[in-house]
Unconditional design. Structure first.
Length: 202
């Protein structure tokens, strides 16, 4: 949702706009690059996850859409290497329809590694990490600093974008909505709001 963030990877992007896609929801089921690269990673709380998307009947996501040249695509592919890239239909804020690339989940590490043509060792060498657990998991929760960035970016777009994010995003168990998780974990909400405020002012 942040054009500034997108431009850090794709500085030549054009036609940045809002839109929507149907049949997909967000899911916190991928161990984030930052979590894998941190030394002395604490797996106890399992707050390790960053976002992917997953197919979900009846779901609708508010998304950002932009156009990039081939040279920027290489940077984006490298940044989102752990995700599957698929073509989906979208409708943008002007009512125009089209096809775009969506970053989505892999069901497990074996399919991810086979699709990318790398071994587990090669992938973790790419990230310079000693992390030994699986990349795609069903037992992890959102990283608080990452969640704060997501909440802030959607909140800056307005209430309907924020509502869409917390209602159309699920934990790694695939059933618990983010809104319910935040309601039952006030400490997480408190910490992420503090992070979001610091990000906004800093």
């Amino acid at each position: 949702m942040s054009e500034e963030s997108a431009r850090r990877t794709c500085p030549q992007l054009e036609n940045y706009r809002m839109g929507e896609i149907e049949g997909y929801a967000r899911i916190f089921n991928k161990v984030s690059r930052k979590s894998m690269q941190e030394n002395g990673i604490d797996d106890t709380g399992k707050e390790l996850a960053s976002l992917a998307t997953m197919p979900k009947e009846g779901a609708k996501l508010y998304v950002c859409i932009f156009d990039i040249p081939e040279e920027d695509w290489q940077n984006l592919y490298k940044r989102e290497f752990a995700l599957k890239h698929i073509q989906v239909k979208y409708k943008d804020e002007t009512g125009q329809h089209g096809l775009a690339t969506l970053c989505t989940e892999y069901p497990n590490d074996d399919e991810f590694l086979a699709d990318k043509g790398v071994t587990e060792t090669e992938y973790k060498e790419m990230l310079n990490t000693d992390y030994t657990g699986p990349i795609w998991r069903k037992d992890i929760f959102p990283r608080r600093d990452y969640l704060a960035l997501c909440l802030n970016a959607h909140g800056m777009r307005g209430q309907r974008f924020l509502d869409n994010f917390v209602d159309q995003t699920f934990l790694a168990d695939r059933t618990t909505p983010l809104r319910l998780y935040l309601q039952h974990k006030p400490d997480v909400l408190h910490d992420t709001l503090d992070e979001a405020i610091a990000s906004y002012h800093g």
